[in-house]
Design a protein around this ligand. Structure first.
Ligand SMILES: [Zn+2]
Length: 370
């Protein structure tokens, strides 16, 4: 179901156009859905719309769940579409879906929605994740499940690496070292990359040893695993709004699992320091909202505010939300000829990330959508 509409007018972006942290050009044009760095040859009478403001590539949300409803459970495809529209209208034009319950692939055909890169379904250990979200497997079936999700998804597989262990009464890794290794091997053999949901300190060395390509949440980073993550060039998708919610997990678990509750509170309390330390050590941070399920959609600007609270400067925040994730996923930014997926904002977002909230235009595939 591709939306059919007439030709879009040519846009003249009067800039500046921010191509990277230290690279800008004064102006650009949008013709036939693509960005052009030079004034195009146009037939006389072609409508040109002039737009003033700073131009940046559309925001990327690397940890988003389309198709999971409020409080869990799969949505209809139409409801998943509405979630994507909500995100789009805040300026998110690239989503890596970090696990969905329903098949959201039909949304990829809808040209008015953000570009979507799917992880397929979460893979988790039996009864070691939110009920109903994941495909729950035991270690002997894990490699086969990874291969299956690698084929179903768009080059990404997501493994839930740790969760509360009710017998131990605390967070523990859900898998042994050899399971992480077998999972990474299966993903890589299938030509996919693999990421892991991780809160606990002891999961990170296992994922790093196994050669995982990305880390989600990573609240348990220590000085040692920060150094290793930087050294390996593995990015961390910070989901600080979600980590702020750890207090509610802690108080829910308090009575039966006091160690778990205390652990979650410690992780929450150290979230800003850990994020800043990781950045200072050279770890590439990427922005994720974890929208869908517990958190609603449309919250990317709250997540960017959290990055600022962690002490990161505006250019670092912009990098984590635009250039770095696009590079990491192999999606173009604003190179000449790239798809025109961009925002126009009134002030320089390299000086203050909050300029991204004051969007003048959201342009997707060359069309003004918001
Ligand atoms: Zn998530």
């Amino acid at each position: 179901m591709r939306t059919t509409v007439g030709p879009a007018p040519v846009l003249h972006l009067r800039g500046p156009v921010l191509l990277g942290p230290d690279q800008e050009i004064p102006e650009a044009w949008v013709v036939d859905g693509r960005i052009r760095h030079q004034r195009p040859e146009l037939l006389t009478g072609t409508e040109i719309r002039e737009i003033d403001g700073y131009v940046v590539a559309g925001l990327a949300d690397l940890h988003c769940h389309l198709g999971i409803g409020d409080g869990g459970g799969g949505t209809t495809l139409e409801a998943a579409r509405q979630q994507a529209v909500t995100d789009r209208d805040t300026g998110v034009l690239l989503i890596r879906d970090a696990g969905s319950i329903i098949d959201t692939s039909p949304l990829q055909q809808q040209s008015d929605l953000p570009r979507l890169i799917r992880c397929g379904r979460h893979l988790a250990r039996t009864r070691r994740y939110l009920r109903g979200y994941a495909d729950e497997v035991e270690p002997e079936d894990l490699p086969e499940a990874v291969t299956r999700e690698a084929v179903r998804g768009d080059g990404w597989v997501k493994l839930v690496g740790d969760w509360i262990d009710r017998t131990a009464g605390d967070l523990t890794p859900c898998w042994e070292a050899e399971d992480f290794q077998a999972a990474a091997r299966a993903a890589h053999d299938a030509g996919a990359r693999i990421t892991t949901h991780t809160f606990d300190e002891s999961t990170l060395p296992l994922a790093l040893d196994a050669g995982f390509d990305c880390l989600e949440h990573a609240t348990g980073l220590t000085d040692e695993t920060i150094a290793r993550t930087a050294e390996a060039g593995v990015p961390v998708v910070s989901t600080l709004v979600n980590v702020g919610e750890f207090e509610s997990y802690a108080s829910q678990g308090e009575r039966k699992f006091p160690d778990y509750a205390a652990h979650m509170r410690r992780l929450r309390a150290s979230r800003y320091d850990r994020t800043r330390d990781a950045h200072d050590a050279g770890v590439q941070l990427l922005v994720g909202t974890d929208a869908g399920g517990v958190l609603g959609h449309g919250i990317i600007h709250d997540e960017l505010d959290e990055f600022a609270r962690a002490g990161l400067d505006a250019t670092t925040i912009l990098d984590a939300a635009t250039w770095a994730p696009r590079r990491f996923l192999g999606v173009p930014c604003l190179e000449d000829g790239a798809p025109a997926d961009l925002l126009v904002v009134p002030e320089d977002p390299r000086s203050d990330h909050r300029a991204l909230r004051e969007r003048r235009r959201v342009v997707l595939g060359g069309r003004v959508v918001a």
